[in-house]
Structures are given as C-alpha cells and as structure tokens.
Write a protein that binds this ligand. Structure first.
Ligand SMILES: [Fe+2]
Length: 248
C-alpha cells in the first residue's frame, strides 16, 4: 500500500515526538503492508514559521537511510499538508511549498470551521495554476459534512478527495463517519490515508482499515484507494474514478 498523508517527521509538528517514534511508525506501516509513505508535516500555518522545503527533503533522505539500517522495508517520500490560505497557489508556483513527491498534487487541508466559498476559491486558484489539489479529509469540515452534495462539486471541479482512516472508523464522531461513508458510497473518494500522528491512537497501520473498506464499500475499494490511486498520485499520473454518483 501507499500512504500519502502522515505526520512521521521527528519532532516536526504534532506527529512523531522523536526519531524513535518515527522509526516505530515506519515499522508499524511496513509490518502491515505499506511500502511507500509520504511525510506530510503541517505547513503554511498562519502565525507559524514557514517550513523549508529543502529541510524536509533532507530529513526524508536521512529517514530512508535510517529505515534501511533498521531493516524496515519502506520508502519515505516528501510532501506537506498545506493549510489553506488565499496565497497557496502563488506559494506553490514560487516553490515555497511542497507537493506530494514533487508531483502536480498538493495535499491541502482547511480549518474545520471553514466556509465552502473559501474552499472552492482556494482550490480553483490552485487548479488554475496547473495543479491537481488533494483535499485532505473533507468529511471533517463542517460545511461539507452538513452539505455533503458539495463533495460531488469538489470532484467535478477537478479536486481529489482524500478520506481519513480515523473518520471512516468513527474516531472523529458520527458526523465525520457518516460524511465519509456517504462520500465512499458515492465513489467520490479517490484515495484514503492514515493521517498517522503516533504509535497508539492515530497509527500508520492501514491493514485493518483496508479490510473494513472492502467489507463495507465493495471488494475493490481498498485496492483502488490504498494501492492504485495513491501509487498514481506519487507518480504524477491521473487517478482512476469509478463512476462517481451525483446527489439527487
Ligand atoms: Fe494530517
């Protein structure tokens, strides 16, 4: 499997506390079938210092060396979870922000209380610069969870929807779980990810999640969302859609 959304960099954001935590997260991922993992530290947070793209890449390179030394069979790639602001498109173009593995795919998150006009405005500006935005866990944003038909509009505008393991499994409450299920039932999610932060609660283990997806959303669900499409994303190829169903 390929996990495109994780917080594994040591002591870098609210994810892995130190390098031991990082290596344990990598081991948990590898032992449960993840072969490639993208480090996506929180970035572009208002009021916080800017993240250095070259620094993230340097740490990722060190982690790959450390994983090899520890016999952990996994490849780490660079990325960011970019907090949405009006200047994201400009910053991407200027090379101030990282996309997933330097592809056309920036992973973008919004404030949970954001309004839908802002979501569409930011994504539109990013698309107009030639990127294909991946919207991180839209099921967790109130404006989308309460008006789920907007998920179809996100798909129509050309954004890629990424669902979180924790949302589907009910970790973020009934509203997010129900929104995630509706998005999955309408085949609007192109990719799913762990959004792993630690080794206990929000882990990098995707194995049980894969089984849950197949049992509840069709036998090919985990293969498409956890293998094929994330593999296409890290390679910069277009994702596959399985005839998304519009809302009545
Ligand atoms: Fe995240």
């Amino acid at each position: 499997m390929v996990d495109i959304h994780t917080h594994i960099l040591p002591a870098y954001d609210d994810g892995a506390a130190d390098v031991y935590d990082t290596l344990e997260m990598l081991r948990i991922a590898a032992d449960n079938g993840t072969r490639t993992i993208v480090a996506t530290p929180h970035s572009n947070l208002p009021g916080k210092p800017a993240r250095s793209c070259s620094e993230i890449k340097r740490i990722v390179s060190l982690l790959n060396q450390a994983a090899k030394k520890e016999n952990i069979n996994i490849t780490v790639l660079s990325g960011m979870e970019i907090f949405a602001t009006d200047d994201v498109a400009k910053k991407l173009k200027n090379g101030e922000l990282l996309t997933v593995n330097d592809t056309k795919y920036p992973l973008i998150e919004f404030d949970f209380e954001t309004d839908s006009f802002f979501v569409f405005r930011v994504l539109e500006s990013v698309i107009s610069e030639g990127y294909t935005p991946i919207i991180a866990h839209p099921e967790r944003y109130r404006c989308i969870a309460e008006n789920i038909s907007l998920a179809y509009e996100l798909y129509r505008m050309g954004a890629v929807i990424q669902i979180n393991k924790g949302s589907v499994r009910g970790r973020f409450g009934n509203k997010a779980a129900s929104a995630a299920a509706t998005i999955l039932n309408h085949r609007l999610a192109a990719v799913a990810a762990s959004d792993a932060h630690n080794i206990f609660t929000k882990t990098s283990d995707l194995s049980e999640f894969a089984i849950f997806l197949d049992m509840n959303f069709g036998s090919g669900c985990s293969s498409l969302l956890l293998n094929e499409n994330p593999q296409r994303i890290i390679s910069g190829k277009d994702v596959h859609w399985q005839s998304p169903i519009p809302f009545r």
